[in-house]
Design a binder for this molecule. Sequence first.
Ligand code: DX5
Ligand code: ZN
Length: 214
Amino acid sequence: MKIAPSILSANFLKLEEEVSRINVSGADFLHIDVMDGHFVPNLTFGPAIVEQIKQVSTLPLDIHLMVENISFFVDLFALLTPRFLSFHIEEEKHIHRIVQKIRDYGISPAVVVNPHTPLELLKYILPDVDMVLLMSVNPGFGGQKFIPATLDKVRQLREMIDDASLRCLIEVDGGVSDLNARELFDVGADILVAGSYIFGSTDYQEAVCKMRKS
Ligand code: DX5
Ligand code: ZN
């Protein structure tokens, strides 16, 4: 089980200190939520800020694009060589083309699906991506409540991946904490994103440890 703290819930006035604390927390990736104010009703970081975060982070970046104009943003953020670069399939007509574009940059492509988006839409793209991110809240904000139907969705996606003998990872994002980490692991999640749970705790290492222990 890998853990990716979402920097969205960090104290932005102390960004360097926050990233440094995550570096030694035992987490595996640093999750970066890029929002454009169009695809989602919120606005976050551009590439200049993410580049500075990258300079301080010893963890590989996991960049989650919640944007329109995906191709344009892929070009901007691919230059920062994240470990994963993910985009929402709801927003893209040419999913395969974008996946290929990300791969051509030497980066692992990942697709994201909103809570209401059916898994059937992933069937023909699954062999081409390294990860699927299942949203367990409506994208746009940290600190929302986990949507319980996600558990069944993870289970079904795990079956689809295993039945086709694929190696694609499953990431879950939104409302994740030590309280549901165990259930998510049991149904087949590989990477858990946690924002408010980790940054809302006083000891980040302990929070990450609690998620693993559960
Ligand atoms: C929501 C973002 C999440 C968010 C998770 O749109 O994609 O990554 O930061 O925050 P929590 O863990 O607080 O739900
Ligand atoms: Zn996210």
